[in-house]
Design a protein around this ligand. Structure first.
Ligand code: DC
Length: 234
């Protein structure tokens, strides 16, 4: 934890930093940096929707059948554990962290997350996890729904082509998709996340917009640190 942060008016131990934005905007990277820098717990809510989507796929539950999904949710336990590098996600006590990042689960997560009962369940869990403060929580609706009173809200965005290319570059040499495919998939997911009826992806009115289209990672990290620091200093 930085010295400046400990001498703050707003105790870091109680702060909630909400980071929202579309896929590929760099939320996870920024959240991880902020968590390390300020000594906060890093909670990545997308991993929870992904874990539930994995269970729906495994159980062959139709991804558009809200009643079946709701029944499935009632018989599902999801836990998120903050780690130094990434979150571990436990699905009914099984660590599924390594199984939730493939394109099929990614697409399914965006589908199951449109349904109000599924969201209400997730939001409740997320509110419990962050209730003591001292967290940076990342997702789509953290500043609008999960923690509307979060002291710091950052909405991280970038042009779709830039986000798509960043995702493509992260995929490594063994992947077979073309950059255009990745950008197309990302646009489709954006469309669904932004236009769903229930808590769509949008910036909270009091969020600080950070557009990283023409910024390097270091610049975005520095800017995000500055935003948090300013809030802490009051
Ligand atoms: O952040 P991510 O790509 O891991 O999220 C996967 C999907 O989960 C995303 O398409 C939308 C959904 N999601 C959500 O609806 N609300 C959140 N707070 C986090 C993720």
């Amino acid at each position: 934890m930085s010295t400046a942060a400990t001498s703050s008016q707003l105790p870091v131990s109680s702060i909630i930093v909400a980071i929202d934005g579309p896929a590929g905007a760099g939320k996870s990277t920024i959240a991880r940096h902020l968590a390390r820098h300020f000594g906060l717990l890093n909670l990545e809510t997308g991993a929870m929707y992904r874990a539930f989507a994995l269970k729906a796929l495994r159980t062959k539950t139709a991804l558009d059948d809200v009643e079946s999904l709701e029944r499935l949710a009632e018989a599902t336990e999801i836990r998120l554990e903050s780690g130094d590098e990434e979150n571990s996600v436990l699905l009914d006590d099984e660590d599924v962290t390594g199984q939730i990042r493939n394109p099929i689960v990614t697409d399914a997560a965006s589908r199951v997350s449109v349904f109000p009962p599924i969201r209400a369940w997730m939001v409740r869990l997320q509110q419990q996890m962050g209730s003591k403060g001292g967290v940076v929580m990342e997702g789509r609706d953290i500043g609008t729904v999960v923690f509307p009173n979060a002291q710091v809200k950052i909405f991280l965005d970038a042009a779709p082509e830039v986000r798509g290319m960043r995702r493509f570059d992260q995929m490594g040499p063994e992947q077979t998709a073309q950059p255009e495919d990745v950008i197309r998939e990302l646009r489709a997911r954006d469309e669904r996340d932004r236009n769903r009826e229930n808590s769509p992806l949008k910036a909270a009115p009091d969020a600080i917009l950070l557009d990283s289209t023409n910024m390097t990672l270091d610049e975005v990290v520095a800017e995000a640190e500055k935003i948090v620091m300013k809030k802490i200093a009051g």
